[in-house]
Design a protein around this ligand. Structure first.
Ligand code: ZN
Length: 240
């Protein structure tokens, strides 16, 4: 079984379509939230994920878009983009986002946006954060997003270590527990502007991170056309 895991698509449809084309035929698409926010095409991204039967969880931006949480914890530019998103999205998009759970278990994996301790807001960036998140799940493995940076943590014999991941190099899922972050499809922040996603091969027991180029300039033009903040437009080609 091959599963494409995507996170933090952030209303960037060209990036999502490039990832889906790169992944090719898969048995499932799992998403880890922040489907909307920042980008110019929230309805298009939700329509695509709905059409392919993707399953997943909600992130802080999705909760804000559907009105489940307020905007008080958003910084000025994300807040401006979210106010635009709220004005723009269709009733069908709101409904699809509104019923997403904050966590979901599928087979050996628990899916959350932030961490299993705080699915909405916590950034897992350290082995101690990964240990706490794994301790809060009943499945062997975890998948999370939110940081927009691809990374893996593995637990062996009670010790949790951070593993750097390289595009196209499979990680063997041989540790007793792993916590994997696919990086961001629509707004990577590891100084590589290409869309990032994770391919799980459950038969081979491997996880492979991939980077995919897409037409960034078309997205920036779209963002300008709808009046999204300049700083959000400027960061895309820099991958920050
Ligand atoms: Zn995000």
């Amino acid at each position: 079984m091959r599963i494409a895991v995507v996170s933090d698509v952030h209303a960037n449809l060209p990036a999502l379509d490039a990832v889906l084309a790169d992944a090719g035929p898969v048995d499932a698409v799992w998403h880890l939230g922040d489907i909307v926010g920042y980008g110019p095409d929230p309805d298009g991204v939700v329509d695509r994920l709905r059409a392919i039967g993707a399953i997943g969880v909600c992130g802080n931006h999705d909760l804000a878009a559907s009105g489940a949480i307020g905007l008080d914890r958003f910084n000025p530019d994300p807040r401006t983009a979210m106010e635009w998103t709220r004005r723009t999205i269709s009733a069908a998009t709101i409904e699809w986002l509104r019923v997403l759970p904050v966590r979901r278990s599928v087979g050996d994996f628990t899916l959350v946006h932030g961490s299993a301790v705080d699915p909405t807001w916590e950034y897992v960036t350290s082995p101690s954060g990964a240990r706490d998140s794994l301790a809060a799940t009943s499945t062997a493995h975890g998948l999370n997003g939110h940081t927009h940076v691809p990374v893996a943590f593995e637990k062996r014999g009670g010790r949790v270590a951070r593993l750097d991941v390289a595009p196209g190099v499979p990680l063997e899922l041989e540790a007793e527990r792993v916590l994997l972050n696919p990086g961001s499809v629509g707004q990577p922040r590891d100084r590589d502007p290409r869309a990032s996603y994770l391919l799980l091969d459950l038969a081979a027991q491997t996880a492979t991170w991939n980077r995919v180029p897409y037409d960034i300039e078309s997205v920036r033009d779209h963002m300008r056309a709808v009046g999204l903040p300049d700083r959000l437009i400027d960061r895309l080609p820099r991958g920050v």
